[in-house]
Design a protein around this ligand. Structure first.
Ligand code: TYD
Length: 139
């Protein structure tokens, strides 16, 4: 499993007339060990979350309920990933600018993270992000 590529990863799905079931095992269905889990909910209409990048942290984002869009930029162009099912998610490596928007009513975003919360790991200025990308030899 590539750990440096943005990708939609399908999760196991146990279909059952009593209700479906999906699950995630670290380093098996996602390419990292889970250090932290957080979720975003009760997002008012029209709001956006997470205009930032992480230097080290990588994430796996799932729309557990409802739908939202994740906008990702690796330094050149922004691409939109629409999430609206609980049996797949979006893997976001480190050093990717990400923003989340278009949250549907009652949507629930679950985020699995490879590191604990560390404000020092955030890049919150887009120009700083682009500069860092260029200095790393990536575009
Ligand atoms: P932030 O990551 O900036 O939210 P978003 O990217 O969705 O806009 O986090 C918002 C606030 O929550 C910020 O003050 C830090 C705090 N926070 C934690 O304490 N622990 C966490 O794991 C996260 C994700 C945020």
């Amino acid at each position: 499993m590539e750990s440096n590529t943005i990708q939609i990863l399908n999760l196991p799905k146990i279909l059952d007339l009593r209700g479906n079931l999906s699950f995630i095992e670290e380093e098996k269905h996602i390419p990292f060990k889970i250090e932290r889990t957080y979720w975003i909910y009760d997002v008012p209409g029209g709001e956006a979350r997470g205009g930032h990048a992480y230097k080290i942290n990588c994430e796996f984002i799932i729309a557990l309920s409802g739908s939202f869009d994740v906008m990702l930029n690796e330094g050149e162009e922004e691409k939109r990933y629409s999430l609206n099912r609980s049996y797949y998610g979006l893997y976001v490596p480190e050093m990717v600018w990400r923003r989340m928007e278009n949250f549907s009513t009652n949507s629930l975003a679950l985020i699995l993270s490879s590191t604990g919360y560390d404000e020092q790991d955030y890049i919150r200025d887009f120009n700083d992000f682009i500069l860092l990308k260029k200095n790393n030899g990536k575009h």
